[in-house]
Design a protein around this ligand. Structure first.
Ligand code: ADP
Length: 612
């Protein structure tokens, strides 16, 4: 019973969510249920009356009932048709909102929460189960089925009781005894109880089997969707696959997973088929017993021939409705069990508070950022990646951050952008802990190009504006500063050119060109702090020199942070932080650091010989 309550708690919560998205969806489905029932029962009563009137020779009354039947059929049929047409669009809407909710929630979570494995697993699990077993639309369909079946059971139950209570006219012999109300009621109740017991037994057995197979299979489907979606389905992996001749290895891997997946589906189908067969057998026994009862009542004169059709129909409705309840409830139980993970994902709390203080809007761009004894380790690891970092960033200064791979430079930037929070210590903006500021407002201060920057298969202008209003003049200015204007000029559709060929016939651009567009995106944001993490790694020497030449113009009036492995680029910056094993080992200007005996001088000398 507790199981039943928790299943429907989940179901009703999801129904409420659907209702919040569109308040017409559920009422229209309910209307459909009502009209379907009107159609069935009007048919049963009017047909039975018609047959009796015909047998009694009252043709006028029979004709009247036939017209009434035709009218009911036509009008109820038309309404149902219209509702179906309307709800067809809704089915797609409901299907889509499930995926939209998943993503909306994912975006509302902070970066650190989203990086947790259990959170990404919940998303994968929700999508996979929805794809395989249906999601909100299928759930709504089964709820409507159950409601229709419950009403059907209720209506047909009164008819069935009426049938049982009908007294035989010729009470002779064993048939007459069977047709007696008391015995009919007992027999009917016994058949019904037997059917309910069998059906629940069947359902319980097969539902647990299905769940067992499903949960034992999660890993295989995740691997398959990675192989098929992200490797085969991604044109950008094509190069590597060809160069390293990986096709055979990938096909073998996929073949292995496919084999397991197919055997899984075969087992699932077997279970489904066995369940269907068991239900059909139970249903057949019930139907045979029901028809026997109706036949006995007719033969013994307890009911008329016309009533025979009504009662036979009612028995049919009753039996089918009972099975629909059991079957739909089974499917509902299945979906709601899977949907639990989806709701758990929607309920996922952010690890960190989003803060509420508004960030002061300053025309002078005087935002002072400082790290105060900041130490940090990534979630799930206890290795300190940053250790007691202390530094104040000069307002509108040009800061270079250098150090060997893994020294903690990118982590320093991620913390500054509030993608993670310090494990110890604090970062401040104008003296206030950044955690206290409204997260979105705080992030609006930064224009960042990460090493693993991403562009999207959108028009070029949308990649540059990244959600900010489109202003052609400013887009061109950002492109010019990022040395990307000439490249865009050459494109036939200029700013309206689509990137990549995922959806439209777009252009494929080189790594260097992509990096320039990412740089233009950061500049278009016109944020007071610009952070460039290896912004020239994919550029050719000429383009790199071009960017350096424009660097002052690009970051003028802003605080800029420049991470690079190329020591030559640090000379643009008035201040250099040298990271070593998560600590700031040195700080100063290029001249100061090059003259000092430290890791900066070592790195500078080891690279300088290549430039000599
Ligand atoms: P750098 O930018 O100086 O090359 P990073 O800041 O990227 O260095 O990385 C510093 C250390 O943190 C490295 O040892 C790296 O493996 C580790 N690291 C980076 N990202 C993560 C992460 N998401 N989870 C766990 N460890 C990470």
């Amino acid at each position: 019973m507790r199981d039943l309550v928790s299943i429907h708690k989940i179901g009703f919560r999801l129904l409420r969510k659907i209702h919040q998205v569109d308040s017409l969806i559920i009422p229209l489905h309910l209307l459909n249920v009502c009209f379907s029932l009107v159609r069935v029962y009007a048919g049963l009563f009017l047909t039975a009356g018609m047959i009796d009137d015909l047998l009694a020779g009252d043709y006028a009354k029979a004709a009247g009932l036939a017209i009434a039947l035709l009218f009911t059929e036509l009008s109820a049929g038309t309404v149902i048709h219209l509702i179906k047409r309307k709800t067809k669009g809704y089915d797609h809407k409901i299907w889509l909102i499930f995926y939209v909710w998943l993503r909306e929630k994912a975006f509302s979570l902070d970066y650190e929460t989203m990086e947790r494995q259990e959170v990404s697993e919940k998303i994968l699990f929700s999508e996979r189960t929805a794809d395989m077993h249906g999601s909100l639309g299928v759930m709504l369909y089964h709820y409507c089925n159950i409601l229709e079946a419950l009403l059907n059971v209720l209506l047909s139950f009164f008819l069935v009781i009426g049938l049982c209570l009908a007294r035989p006219q010729k009470a002779a012999g064993p048939l007459g005894a069977l047709a007696l109300p008391a015995l009919s009621l007992i027999l009917f109740a016994a058949v019904l109880a037997g059917m309910a017991l069998c059906s629940f037994g069947v359902f319980r057995r097969f539902a647990s089997k299905q769940m067992e197979i499903f949960t034992s299979h999660t890993g295989v489907e995740n691997k398959l969707s990675y192989l098929l979606g992200q490797i085969y389905g991604n044109s950008r992996t094509g190069k590597i696959i060809r160069i390293y001749d990986m096709a055979q290895m990938l096909l073998e891997n996929t073949g292995r997973e496919q084999k397991q997946s197919i055997s899984y589906f075969e087992r699932m189908c077997d279970v489904g088929r066995q369940e269907g067969d068991a239900n059909k057998a139970t249903s057949s026994v019930f139907m045979v017993c029901s028809y026997l009862l109706v036949a006995v009542k007719t033969v013994t004169g307890a009911i008329t021939v016309g009533a025979f059709t009504r009662y036979a129909g009612a028995m049919n409705q009753f039996g089918n409705a009972c099975f629909t309840i059991i079957e739909s409830h089974g499917r509902l139980r299945e979906i709601c069990t899977y949907m639990q993970e989806f709701l758990a994902f929607l309920d996922t709390e952010n690890l960190h508070a989003k803060g509420s203080i508004p960030v002061e809007k300053r025309m002078d761009g005087e935002y002072e950022l400082a790290f105060e004894h900041v130490s940090f380790h990534y979630p799930g690891s206890d290795i300190m990646v940053l250790k007691d970092v202390n530094c104040k960033l000069n307002i509108k200064g040009k800061l270079a951050v250098v150090g060997r791979n893994g020294a903690g430079k990118t982590t320093f930037i991620k913390l500054l952008c509030r993608l993670y929070e310090p494990t110890q210590g604090r970062i401040t903006l104008n003296g206030v802990d950044i955690r206290k500021y409204d997260e979105e407002e705080y992030r609006s201060l930064f224009g960042v190009v990460f090493q693993d920057f991403k562009l999207f298969a959108f028009p070029l202008w949308e990649n540059v504006t990244a959600g900010f209003p489109r202003c052609g003049e400013r887009i061109w200015q950002a492109l010019r500063q990022a040395d990307a204007d000439q490249m865009v000029e050459k494109m036939e559709k200029k700013l309206d050119t689509w990137l990549y060929k995922d959806y439209e016939d777009g252009v494929e651009i080189s790594g260097g060109e992509a990096q320039k567009l990412a740089l233009a995106r950061a500049l278009y944001k016109d944020a007071p702090v610009v952070i460039l993490d290896e912004p020239t790694a994919a550029l050719d020497p000429r383009a790199e020199a071009e960017i350096y030449a424009r660097f002052n113009e690009m970051v003028e009036g802003r605080t800029s942070i420049y991470i690079s492995h190329r020591m030559s680029s640090c000379r643009f910056c008035d201040d250099i932080l040298v990271f070593e094993d998560g600590r700031i080992a040195q700080r100063g200007s290029h001249e100061e650091l090059a003259a000092a005996k430290g890791s900066y001088a070592g790195m500078w000398e080891s690279q300088a010989k290549y430039y000599a």
